[in-house]
Design a protein around this ligand. Structure first.
Ligand code: A3P
Length: 281
């Protein structure tokens, strides 16, 4: 992406809509929105505001790349367009489709300690569940506790419960590594993005080969929210209340059981990507 300075434009240049140069492919509930909003503070980066779901939804994909391009913001030539749709990571067709668009695209995957991610996922699903669920509902009811959904009556972990399944990162990662080279994918720590956002963003600026413009001055901790909020010359905001929800208290024995369950899966993921995230066992 060049190594010049600033996000500026030449005087005669007109902005255009461009296909993304970078995608945030997932994982859901790992901080994908925070990552997108934080990156958007950089003058060289412009974001598509909503989740476009182009590569994971057949009806969108069939509409073709011009449909996709029309969903992108206007940008100048030196800028990088970025889109995030977290379901790309877990959709089997997505990686091939992305490669067909641009084989040298750069991908950002944000991950988070898998047990906390599963609880965050449960918390979101429960917030969307009406309080009275029809008795013939076939999908799991999020009126039930996390413990009931994640652990079967016989004490085994319910791997087919989606919040658990989506935390088994290596199951999905292997497909991406068959499609793209490891050097095209940066794995961002969602755990560090929460506690030290500037540290994670510096790694991303370097990966994208753009000048370092984001630093501690762009982040301030908001005690009421319990998370960092963001600012630059034109923006000063916290993420919405749907980001940073209060999680239910989960039985510590269930947490320990899940940590043991994920331990071998996490090792597989570390080996696959060549990086150790140090998640508790
Ligand atoms: P919780 O709401 O469970 O705490 P996503 O955007 O992929 O859905 O991820 C949501 C998660 O982003 C939140 O999960 C929260 O922990 C995390 N996050 C990271 N940085 C944040 C920030 N600065 N403000 C709010 N949430 C943040």
């Amino acid at each position: 992406f060049g190594d010049g300075s600033g996000g500026g434009r030449s005087r005669s240049e007109r902005p255009q809509r461009r296909l993304p140069h970078v995608l945030i492919i997932g994982v859901r509930k790992c901080g994908t929105r925070a990552l997108l909003e934080m990156l958007n503070l950089h003058p060289r980066i412009v974001k598509a505001s909503g989740e476009v779901h182009f590569f994971d939804r057949d009806d969108n994909y069939r509409r073709g790349l011009e449909f996709y391009r029309a969903k992108m913001p206007e940008s100048y030539e030196r800028q990088i367009t970025i889109e995030k749709s977290p379901s790309y990571f877990v959709t089997s067709e997505a990686s091939e489709r992305i490669r067909a668009m641009n084989a040298s695209i750069k991908l950002l995957l944000i991950v988070r300690e898998p047990v906390v991610r599963a609880i965050s996922d449960y918390t979101q699903l429960r917030s969307h569940t009406p309080t009275r669920v029809p008795s013939n509902a076939s999908s799991p009811s999020h009126d039930q506790s996390f413990e009931e959904l994640a652990v079967r009556a016989d004490g085994t972990i319910n791997e087919s419960y989606r919040p658990i399944a989506l935390s088994i990162y290596h199951n999905f990662m292997s497909i991406w590594l068959e499609t793209f080279s490891r050097s095209q994918i940066l794995i961002v720590s969602g755990d560090t993005l929460i506690t030290r956002p500037a540290t994670e963003l510096a790694k991303i600026e370097s990966f994208l080969n753009i000048e370092p413009r984001l630093g501690p001055r762009n982040f301030y901790f908001n005690k009421t929210k319990g998370f960092y909020c963001i600012k630059n010359a034109s923006a000063d905001k916290c993420l919405k209340d749907t980001k940073g929800r209060k999680h239910p208290d989960v039985n510590p024995d269930v947490i320990s059981k899940l940590r043991r369950f994920f331990s071998s899966h996490n090792q597989k993921f570390y080996e696959l990507v060549g990086e150790d995230f140090g998640w508790p066992e």
